[in-house]
Design a protein around this ligand. Structure first.
Ligand code: TXA
Ligand code: MG
Length: 338
């Protein structure tokens, strides 16, 4: 059974000792909870993959801490070119600590398992004070994928980590509910200093482009190895609909509803009037605010998934500006099958 550790010096010391002994620990970050292990301990890294049922082709993000990003990434990153180094410097100066992950050439010290055998490593400096304290107490960078079983909904509270992995992991450190609620944005920095988007996330495309100019990749097809079509998936089948759409009584019922914004009552009433029973409903936001919606997204999906519904009816997030891009991405992947 998993022990929930308090985010105080005692709890952090217990977690850090377990990490140094080769264990895995659930840790809070500002985006989602991670499942951490020491980066340079291949057996511990292998335990992370096994705990999550994660396929070994899907590489892990290395989490670093410290006042000086260049020094913090030193043990794991080799830049290769000055142009790449300059772009990295601009990005971490603007966004670290925070929800931005940079993919850069790796040093020889990074175990192949971390990068799925590839030449590049993903690295970020989290902003959550408990994550930073844990990395410092462990004395080394920590790998940390989201602390869910592969393909499932990412956890945004310590209780969610217990629900996902309670029988498989000894400890989670409770750092409260994640402030951002969706994972970090992942970008690759190429040899000429150009930047490609691999996964939309907590730092918006607009914010990135304000710092480094236009991104390179086709935003329609981010290409992280683990960013497969079906991901973030509830067990209940998800159907995406437009807000205000005509209720569909042919969907397997009863249904659960995830509305884009409050109030959800009128939407529930319309589905019931159309002959479709509704067992649970949530609103992602009060009035369409993407920051609020991102924070609620995974907890709402998790709650509705446990409601006994046979279909989750989810309203699309139509505004792709800011965090809306990451929200729409996660909803599309929650709805994708196979
Ligand atoms: O916010 C986050 O990034 C959270 C918290 C815990 O830090 N972590 C997270 O990790 O979302 P994970 O493993 O669930 O997602 C990492 C993503 C995957 O899509 C993976 O394929 C990609 O980053 N990735 C990792 N290493 C990579 C690499 N070397 N090259 C390209 N993509 C990489
Ligand atoms: Mg994940």
């Amino acid at each position: 059974m998993m022990h929930v550790l308090q985010p105080d010096p005692d709890g952090i010391a217990v977690a850090a000792r377990h990490l140094r002994d080769g264990g895995v620990v659930g840790i809070p970050t500002e985006t989602v909870y991670g499942l951490a292990a020491i980066t340079f301990d291949p057996a511990a890294v292998a335990r992370v993959f096994a705990t999550k049922d994660r396929p070994s082709f899907d590489p892990l993000i290395v989490h670093v801490a410290g006042d000086d990003p260049a020094r913090a990434v030193g043990p794991v990153v080799a830049f290769g070119t000055d142009a790449r180094r300059r772009t990295a410097d601009r990005l971490w100066s603007a966004f670290w600590p925070g929800p931005l992950t940079l993919v850069l050439p790796k040093t020889a010290d990074v175990p192949d398992l971390v990068t799925a055998g590839g030449p590049s490593v993903a690295v970020r400096m989290p902003a959550h004070p408990v994550a930073r304290a844990l990395i410092e107490a462990a004395g080394q960078p920590l790998v940390a994928p989201s602390a869910n079983r592969f393909g499932r909904i990412s956890p945004t509270s310590a209780a969610d980590v217990v629900a996902e992995l309670g029988d498989r992991v000894a400890y989670v450190v409770d750092g409260g509910v994640c402030a951002i609620g969706v994972e970090s944005t992942v970008v690759a920095i190429e040899a000429d200093g150009g930047v490609a988007l691999l996964r939309p996330g907590g730092v918006s495309v607009e914010a990135l482009e304000a710092v480094i100019g236009p991104l390179r990749s086709d935003l329609g097809s981010p290409r992280s190895p683990g960013h497969t079509a079906s991901h973030y998936a509830p067990r209940t089948p998800v159907t995406l609909v437009d807000e205000g759409t005509e209720p569909d009584r042919s969907l397997p019922g009863p249904i659960a509803l995830l509305c884009r914004r409050a109030p959800r009552g009128p939407t529930v009433a319309r589905w019931i009037a159309a002959g479709q029973p509704v067992v649970a409903a949530e609103a992602l936001s009060t009035d369409g605010d993407a920051v609020e919606a991102a924070r609620r997204l995974f907890a709402a999906l998790r709650h509705l998934d446990a409601s006994g519904a046979r279909t989750l009816v989810v309203e699309r997030w139509p505004d792709h500006r800011g965090l809306g891009f990451a929200i729409a991405d996660r909803l599309a992947r929650a709805a994708a099958r196979g």
